[in-house]
Design a protein around this ligand. Structure first.
Ligand SMILES: [Zn+2]
Length: 120
């Protein structure tokens, strides 16, 4: 943007800035962020995963109260959202696994916790 020289140019610049306030940018940023976190998956994947795992968590093998989708190789480690990299996991396992690689995640404590809770 050129530096305004005359009062008229200055006024025009101010009008231009007013015409494009940050609020015009922010909603888009919010939408972009929401779209990323509220990731959706093809409903076929969800049905197939549920059926293949018989409604049980991929990690602790216990019944999923509701299914969350876990990336075996986490996105943060270069994993992709593709069918062979996603499994159904119970929420405690998904939370506990975080961004661990599948071989580094031990679901035993989650399983024990869930069994304990179920037996209560
Ligand atoms: Zn689990």
């Amino acid at each position: 943007m050129k530096r305004p020289k005359t009062p008229e140019q200055r006024e025009r610049l101010i009008q231009k800035l007013i015409a494009s306030p940050p609020s015009r940018i922010r909603p888009e940023r919010v939408r972009a962020r929401k779209a990323k976190s509220a990731r959706t998956y093809p409903s076929k994947w969800l049905r197939d995963i549920w059926r293949e795992q018989h409604g049980n968590c991929f990690y602790c093998k216990l019944r999923m109260e509701y299914m969350t989708i876990d990336h075996k190789v986490p996105l943060s480690r270069g994993g992709k959202t593709e069918r062979r990299n996603v499994v159904g996991a119970c929420e405690p396992c998904n939370t506990a696994k975080g961004s661990l690689m599948p071989e580094d995640f031990d679901p035993a404590p989650v399983r024990a916790f869930r069994l304990g809770r179920i037996n209560e």
